[in-house]
Design a protein around this ligand. Structure first.
Ligand SMILES: Cc1cc2nc3c(=O)[nH]c(=O)nc-3n(C[C@H](O)[C@H](O)[C@H](O)COP(=O)(O)OP(=O)(O)OC[C@H]3O[C@@H](n4cnc5c(N)ncnc54)[C@H](O)[C@@H]3O)c2cc1C
Ligand code: FES
Length: 368
């Protein structure tokens, strides 16, 4: 096992991991559980691991996978067979050994301010970190694992395809951290019911499930993003406003005093919607783009995990650069590489998805 220090504050490990189990869970989809002490212990939801799929030279490069679960002794990934690497992994047997490197990247919510810059929990005291976030936003913001975990925040986890595994990891962590299960809403989308990955596992967690399939074989017929929008519409002040209008139309007009209270309530609801709801999403790019549009429309904070194809996984090859809004002068804030090719112009720059991401604030990403 090798221990490597990243960016002067974070660690990743290289471990030779034994296969504990490799189970087919749907057509072309497998859950691979690997024994690991160092990687598994520190893996956070939204982070990923690079697995070398072959002991020979083809494929030469390891393949990135989000963590599905992690415990003190093992971690698992859920993968879809799409090429040579995943085909080799699908044939893995109990006891086979695979080199894995991780945990890599930045996960959901952890040590982040709204500006998108990151601060290591390891290098800053929680108090300093919390103060920074408070001053950055001017209001309390939920800090992953921190003292601001709130009961009145709704967590909306929106996933499609192999974007679902990191959301399951996140849901487990939220439940572990005693977030009320009624406040954790999971929106899953798939082509048909056989591909609604982890549905049973989410059910067992006891969180609220909202399902959509393209062919209508389970849940709503259509896209998962439609379910998300319906949910936000229902819980937004707009829909409450319509209820009040209906009451007025049906002759239940409030007295002037009640009207004032009603207006105050609407104003509070409006403020609460953006404060009290957070979206976390991972899946196919068209889905991510639609979720981003919905989050902006309803003014809800949203974290997006992008799964750009990656080679090295730790900032060396620049193969995973994505366009982000320029918020500062530095060409690669938070990443380990400063390269003129990342500079962009006054409005945008390139971010290295494997080190600055894969999770980004929705406001950062410039979709192409
Ligand atoms: C941070 C991150 C997390 C990921 N998590 C998961 C996961 O949890 N489960 C999972 O099944 N997959 C996940 N992926 C995608 C996974 O890494 C690829 O499917 C895998 O590398 C394919 O390897 P392969 O050798 O089988 O296919 P290859 O032979 O490398 O590729 C086969 C085809 O798929 C395309 N392709 C490869 N990677 C991607 C990609 N990332 N996006 C779109 N097209 C791609 C190639 O261009 C090629 O056309 C993740 C990717 C990233 C970057
Ligand atoms: S994959 Fe090499 S820099 Fe991101």
């Amino acid at each position: 096992m090798t221990e490597i220090k990243l960016n002067g504050c974070r660690y990743m490990f290289r471990e030779n991991c034994a296969v504990i189990e490799n189970k087919r869970i749907a057509s072309g989809h497998y859950v691979l559980r690997l024994a690991s002490i160092r990687i598994a212990k520190v893996a956070k939801p939204g982070q990923f691991v690079q697995i070398l799929c072959s002991s020979a030279t083809s494929p030469l490069l390891p393949r990135p996978f989000s963590f599905l679960t992690s415990t003190n002794r093992d971690f698992s990934v859920l993968f879809h067979v799409i090429g040579k690497g995943t085909e080799l992994l699908s044939r893995a047997q109990k006891g086979d050994m695979f080199w894995a490197t991780g945990p890599l990247g930045n996960g959901f919510m952890a040590d982040r301010t709204t500006s998108g810059s990151r601060h290591s929990v390891a290098t800053k005291s929680p108090k300093t970190l919390n103060n920074k976030i408070l001053s950055a936003e001017g209001r309390t913001r939920l800090l992953y694992g921190g003292r601001f975990a709130q009961d009145d925040v709704s967590f909306l986890l929106v996933g499609g395809g192999v974007g679902i595994p990191p959301l399951y990891h996140l849901a487990r962590e939220l439940v572990k951290r005693k977030i009320a299960k009624d406040n954790i809403h999971v929106f899953l989308g798939a082509r048909d019911k056989t591909l609604l990955l982890c549905e049973k596992d989410f059910k067992m967690l006891g969180v609220k499930l909202h399902l959509a399939t393209n062919n209508g074989s389970k849940g709503k017929r259509g896209f998962v993003t439609e379910l998300l929008e319906e949910y936000l519409y229902r819980t937004s002040s707009d829909s409450r406003h319509s209820e009040a209008t209906l009451r007025l139309r049906s002759g239940q007009a409030p007295s002037p005093k009640n009207l004032k209270n009603e207006i105050l309530r609407f104003a509070q609801d409006d403020a609460n919607l953006s404060d009290g709801v957070r979206i976390y999403t991972c899946g196919p790019t068209p889905m991510l783009k639609t979720v981003s549009t919905i989050a902006k429309k309803y003014k809800v904070s949203c974290e997006v995990s992008v799964e750009e194809p990656m080679a090295c996984g730790f900032g060396a090859c620049l193969g995973c650069a994505i366009k982000v809004r320029r918020e500062d002068a530095s060409p690669c804030k938070g990443g380990s590489v400063i390269d003129p090719r990342l500079r962009g112009d006054d409005n945008y720059r390139y971010a290295i998805a494997c080190t600055e991401g894969p999770v980004f604030q929705v406001s950062q990403i410039l979709w192409e």
